[in-house]
Design a binder for this molecule. Structure first.
Ligand SMILES: NC(=O)C1=CN([C@@H]2O[C@H](COP(=O)(O)OP(=O)(O)OC[C@H]3O[C@@H](n4cnc5c(N)ncnc54)[C@H](OP(=O)(O)O)[C@@H]3O)[C@@H](O)[C@H]2O)C=CC1
Ligand SMILES: Nc1nc(=O)c2c([nH]1)NC[C@@H]1CN(c3ccc(C(=O)N[C@@H](CCC(=O)O)C(=O)O)cc3)C=[N+]21
Length: 302
């Protein structure tokens, strides 16, 4: 058991609350639309971490009163077969959201596959239409991990206007959309990446640090400005210790040193990860309302 510490941002608890609100709206949707909202998840290959992630998504989808469609395809699936599946899901009225688990096996072209998803069903917010709308500041489906991270930040800090934020990582899935969301909240945003020089100095300026690097415990406590809020997106599995089958999961931030200086920090596990799934269900339900022409009160799932 982790000890209670007011510095810890409990993403798991926040996500439970979000899912409870989703369940209420999902039931209301079913009553109005005469069908459940539906989420399809496509997994190509047997990456064990992804399999766990897909299984917990399916379970939580059903618990929230939505329908889950799982499509597990072998690692040697051709591009043609995968695109044909996406076409079928695009045309299926029972499916409101489509998530293709990334990364795909090397022989598949990720960009082409993602672009094939109907923007109306793009619950991951990865199509050019969704990314374009986000960049333009227009409403649309926003990638789950950055939106979940923003929800935690606003819950903890309130208004983010004028704060110095540093995002470490510039991926399409996490870093770039996170930058857009923080800009939308009027933060002063710095983006760091693998070519950034003096990363420690860049991080030290920030009131808000979002780490999405994929390097276990890389961001050290002594890099962090005292009192800063730290969002650790990283999910890294360490090699197993002696006699253990599986290694521990750690973030991109060195939690033990960072919690000494930070004002608030998300743990791994139990921080951003559960929020990603919560927002995925939220996005699926938002898409369902739009696809079925059923109204959803503004802000009710934020
Ligand atoms: N909690 C959750 O729900 C989720 C967690 N994740 C986790 O978040 C992490 C990041 O994921 P993702 O964005 O997809 O990863 P990517 O590998 O796509 O991107 C990593 C980014 O980090 C940058 N980077 C790599 N090394 C360094 C370094 N030494 N110093 C500074 N920047 C560096 C890269 O820079 P460059 O662009 O120059 O290569 C790149 O922009 C992973 O641990 C992943 O497992 C991901 C999705 C959801
Ligand atoms: N198209 C696409 N969209 C994604 O959003 C996406 C993806 N592909 N590929 C892989 C990454 C990774 N990811 C996670 C989501 C939740 C947890 C999660 O719930 N983690 C829990 C449990 C961790 C554990 O102990 O296994 C936690 O952090 O507490 C983890 C990882 C989404 N991703």
């Amino acid at each position: 058991m982790t000890e209670f510490n007011e510095k810890i941002i409990d993403g798991k608890a926040f996500a439970e609350g979000l899912r409870a609100r989703i369940a209420v709206q999902a039931a209301a949707f079913e009553a109005k639309a005469g069908r459940k909202a539906g989420l399809a998840v496509v997994l190509v290959g047997e990456d064990p971490a992804s399999q766990v992630y897909v299984a917990s998504k399916a379970k939580q989808t059903v618990e929230c009163g939505m329908e889950s469609f799982e499509h597990k395809l072998p690692a040697d699936t051709t591009q043609e077969t995968l695109l044909a599946l996406i076409d079928r899901l695009n045309a299926d009225d029972a499916v409101d959201g489509i998530l293709v688990q990334l990364p795909l096996p090397k022989h598949l072209d990720e960009q082409t596959v993602v672009e094939r998803i109907s923007p109306d069903k793009d619950v991951d917010g990865l199509t050019p239409i969704s990314t374009g709308r986000l960049a333009l500041g227009l409403p649309g489906l926003v990638p789950c991990t950055p939106l979940g991270s923003l929800m935690l930040l606003k819950d903890r800090l309130g208004n983010l206007s004028g704060k110095d934020a540093v995002v470490i990582g510039r991926s399409i899935l996490v870093g770039k959309p996170m930058v857009q969301l923080l800009l939308g909240e009027n933060c002063t945003v710095t983006v760091a990446h693998s070519r950034t020089q003096n990363l420690a100095d860049v991080v030290r300026r920030a009131d808000i640090v979002v780490a999405a690097v994929g390097r276990p415990e890389m961001i050290k406590g002594e890099w962090i400005k005292p009192g800063a809020t730290v969002i650790d997106v990283g999910i890294n599995r360490l090699p197993p210790e002696e006699g253990k089958k599986k290694g521990r999961i750690v973030g991109d931030v060195d939690y033990q040193s960072a919690i000494q200086v930070a004002g608030a920090i998300t743990p791994v596990p139990g921080g951003v990860g559960p929020m990603t799934i919560g927002v995925l269900l939220r996005n699926a339900l938002v898409a369902a309302h739009r696809n079925a022409g059923v109204e959803l009160a503004d802000g009710i799932l934020d």
